[in-house]
Design a protein around this ligand. Structure first.
Ligand code: FAQ
Length: 311
């Protein structure tokens, strides 16, 4: 930006104001937002798959209707987020191509499988729970379109988390076999959900700038701690345990201490070696190819409509 553009950007950030699409902004700020927002959009779109896997097998019509609505909400979140990235000059086509080519990042969490119905409960409770912890502060992010998209997304995520909690509660209070199913799903999703907050602060290269620019308001470790503190009483209410022998209340800190996570697993998932990385991208590619006729029909319809308006 020009010198006056930079100083007006600095003033807005210092005053906790909002940067809007037409405002001048530093190149790095724009690039970092496109990075984060596009990764977030891809996560929502890929995130439809683990749960989509259970739509045809949901245990009742009621559960099926709820799950379909939830997965559709995720598609909607992806679409608002791609639109937010477009306001920064990113092209939707480029973002899509990067995802299909397997070059774009999306959240590590969606590379884990959903072998049982209880995994759907665990995703709602833990994955949507982590998403809310991470995204509520993003409602105050300095970039206007992103912050505003987050407000609606967080409202929907809150409903998602409750539906997951309720699935687990029903299973936990069911037969011993159902209780075990719920506990096993929590055992599978707990550590991966803690890793959603990103690497430890000391290994988080983007944090310093993102915090200075007021995109991020809290560090990865701060949010992870907040999440663990929130989960413990909820797990007690569910009658389930969290799979961490080192988890205990620390009165001095006023927080729960918890065990070291396996960051080599996180790195492997980011490097494409998670259980479902290949399957997720292949599935997205297939859906894109099979959906080509829908895009073509929509384009033909739009062209006809435009031609009619010109007459
Ligand atoms: N997975 O320097 P940092 C949802 C990457 S919720 C994969 O700390 P930053 C809802 C990071 O991109 C999930 N990669 O990065 C839902 C960076 O790589 P880069 C989506 C990760 O940006 C629920 C590198 O590691 N939510 O979808 C992960 O400051 C149920 C270094 O990390 C969001 O995206 C990870 N877990 O902090 C949908 C929230 N963590 O780009 C369906 C918005 C880090 O330099 C079903 N994003 N990396 O190549 C954020 O808040 C931030 O981007 C963080 C990472 C906190 C994720």
């Amino acid at each position: 930006p020009s010198a006056s553009g930079q100083s007006s950007f600095d003033r807005v950030i210092a005053g906790d104001g909002r940067i809007e699409p037409r405002d001048e902004m530093p190149d790095d700020y724009r690039k970092s937002l496109i990075r984060q927002i596009s990764q977030h959009a891809h996560s929502e779109i890929i995130g439809m798959q683990p749960e989509g896997n259970w739509i045809t097998r949901a245990p009742s019509l009621h559960r099926k209707a709820i799950l379909m609505a939830k997965v559709q909400d995720e598609a909607g979140h992806g679409l608002y987020l791609y639109s937010a990235a477009e306001t920064l000059g990113a092209s939707r086509e480029d973002m899509m191509q990067a995802l299909l080519a397997g070059k774009a990042r999306y959240s590590s969490i969606f590379n884990y499988p959903t072998p049982t119905w209880a995994d759907i409960g665990a995703i709602g409770w833990l994955v949507d729970g982590a998403a809310i912890c991470n995204q509520v502060p993003l409602c105050r992010a300095s970039y206007g379109p992103y912050a505003r998209a987050m407000i609606r997304i967080c409202k929907e995520e809150s409903f998602h988390q409750r539906q997951g909690f309720e699935i687990l509660l029903t299973l936990s209070r069911g037969t011993p076999a159902q209780h075990e199913l719920a506990q096993e799903a929590v055992n599978r999703w707990y550590a991966p959900s803690l890793m959603m907050f990103g690497p430890p602060d000391a290994d988080s290269p983007n944090s310093a700038k993102s915090m200075a620019w007021k995109i991020k308001r809290f560090s990865n470790d701060e949010l992870r701690q907040r999440f663990v503190d929130m989960l413990v009483p909820q797990a007690q209410a569910l009658g389930l345990t969290l799979p961490d022998p080192d988890l205990r209340w620390n009165a001095e800190r006023g927080h729960y201490d918890f065990g070291e996570l396996d960051w080599s697993e996180f790195k492997a998932v980011l490097a494409g070696q998670g259980q479902c990385n290949v399957q997720r991208v292949e599935h997205r590619r297939r859906a894109h190819t099979e959906g080509a006729w829908v895009r073509e029909a929509a384009m033909a319809h739009a062209a006809k409509k435009a031609a009619r308006q010109q007459q």
